[in-house]
Design a protein around this ligand. Structure first.
Ligand code: ZN
Length: 503
């Protein structure tokens, strides 16, 4: 019988090697989304498929199960949030999940994911949904199989959502949306009817790419993104990925006619990057060094994008820099710019949506992907269903599928159950930021001086350094002393609407 110390060392070594396999796959994925020649997709699919299969075989091996079993039967593992207890509990969770999945299905999901992403890029470029439909159909077929393997769950969607937001359910997410939907629709209506118009036109005009990139890099450095441990590049769909403990990659895309897209996109991805750079490197490759959930990840990106980047005090510091970079903004006051970057107006593209209408974009996707998964909605009917919901929630009809159903990459890579984590992230962010303000004294005075370290330190201490010690909802309660609630987000949006639109 091996000693507990030996078993624990064996567990950590095995988990680290499995994570090396998956991080190697991330390098290939990053390259796929930023550099890959179109005709290389099939071979890249084979490479990623092999890595996914190898990682899956290691995760489901008898050796790992025996090691975990020995630890679980070795008596008390100590406090629930001790390193040992957390690593054993979370490894067990991953092993149990992996064991329910046949390795052929794992490999096929990875392969089709690559092929579908490349098909999506082409289809979006040509606004040609029918060319994407067959591979999307194939992907949803695989996701149905995956949900069946991982179940039974109350709703097949729960099995997929659990991969991104452990312990969350379709029912829990629906309740969240229910508490948001009516107040948001009401707020959007009041803003539309306000006599005071926004200053949204200020962010459109002449914004050369080189100056945008320089300002974005300056903001990244200011808020604490470490370029010795990360990069900023260009891709079709902005994202942030992690290739190792000191290798965080952010991407963006530049729109020379509109300031917001790249700048706030970069602030968003930087929030993800700061979380990743703040995870404890000594625990890299084990649950104590990993993020809690995609919703908590998203809370960090939303916090830096909206709660910091769209704050008036942030622009007290950055407006002179903006004006140096873009001569067209030189006559603009802090208040005008604050109103411009917080302009609320229903729009077609989720990633460019304002904070207030954003959650309605997510609601639409959540409802559609549930229906696609159960088969109540056929892939061929998806564009029509998409456009009908856009009309119902945002009053708009996409002029083409590129600006409608083809705008997001998620379904192509198999990320069914991912979208709700965006709205959960908004809620977590609002609740965290409210607490940070209470704990840090005059946070706005610090932001106006360009001092971001106190806020980043607070996030590092309360959230980043904790790894997977707590579930998302438990972490929120621990950090803020209250269970998750829609109130902080709604209060934040109401406050802005009152400042910007006088409603
Ligand atoms: Zn994000």
């Amino acid at each position: 019988m091996p000693t507990r110390e030996k078993s624990y060392a064996a567990l950590l070594a095995e988990l680290r090697e499995i994570s090396l396999l998956s991080y190697t796959g991330q390098v290939l994925s990053w390259d796929e989304q930023t550099q890959l020649p179109r005709k290389a997709a099939d071979f890249r699919g084979d490479q990623l498929s092999l890595l996914a299969r190898l990682a899956h075989e290691r995760l489901t091996s008898d050796r790992l199960s025996d090691t975990l079993g020995a630890l679980e039967s070795s008596g008390s593992l100590g406090a629930e949030d001790s390193d040992l207890a957390v690593n054993v509990r979370q490894a067990r969770r991953s092993v149990n999940r992996a064991k329910k999945m046949p390795s052929d299905l794992v490999a096929e999901l990875a392969r089709v994911g690559v092929v579908a992403q490349q098909a999506w890029v082409q289809a979006r470029k040509a606004s040609d949904f029918p060319s994407f439909a067959p591979v999307l159909e194939q992907m949803f077929g695989l996701k149905r199989q995956q949900a069946a393997c991982l179940g039974p769950t109350a709703h097949p969607y729960d099995a997929l959502l659990d991969e991104y937001e452990p312990d969350e359910t379709a029912l829990g997410v629906s309740a969240v949306f229910e508490s948001l939907r009516a107040p948001l629709v009401d707020l959007v209506g009041r803003i539309a009817g306000s006599a005071r118009k926004g200053r949204g036109e200020l962010v459109t005009g002449d914004y050369p790419r080189a100056a945008q990139e320089a300002l974005a890099r300056e903001a990244l450095v200011a808020i604490g993104f470490d370029f010795d441990r990360g990069r900023l590049d260009v891709s079709a769909h902005p994202f942030c990925t992690h290739l190792g403990p000191s290798d965080t990659r952010i991407t963006t895309r530049y729109n020379e006619r509109r300031f917001n897209d790249a700048f706030f996109g970069v602030m968003h991805e930087a929030g993800h990057g700061l979380y990743q750079q703040g995870l404890p490197t000594e625990h890299f490759g084990t649950p104590c060094g990993d993020h809690v959930s995609m919703g908590i990840h998203e809370s960090q990106s939303r916090l830096w994008e909206n709660f910091v980047g769209r704050r008036r005090s942030f622009w007290i510091h950055f407006l002179p820099r903006l004006q140096a970079a873009f001569p067209g903004t030189r006559g603009v006051s802090v208040d005008d710019w604050y109103r411009a970057v917080n302009h609320v107006e229903p729009s077609l593209i989720r990633v460019e949506a304002d904070e207030t209408t954003y959650n309605l974009h997510v609601l639409l996707r959540f409802e559609l992907e549930k229906e696609l998964l159960t088969g109540n909605l056929a892939v061929r009917d998806l564009p029509g269903a998409w456009n009908a919901k856009m009309k119902a929630y945002l009053g708009l009809t996409p002029p083409d599928d590129a600006r409608g159903v083809l705008q997001d990459i998620h379904w192509a890579f198999g990320g069914v159950g991912y979208f709700p984590t965006y709205t959960l992230g908004n809620l977590y962010a609002a609740q965290f930021f409210e607490q940070a303000q209470a704990d840090l004294g005059d946070l706005d005075a610090a932001l106006a001086r360009g001092e971001f370290a106190p806020l980043l330190g607070w996030l590092r201490d309360r959230i980043h350094s904790r790894g997977q010690r707590y579930t998302a909802r438990a972490l929120v309660e621990r950090v803020t002393g209250r269970p998750l609630s829609a109130k902080p987000l709604l209060a934040h949006l109401e406050r802005k609407a009152s400042e910007v639109y006088g409603v």
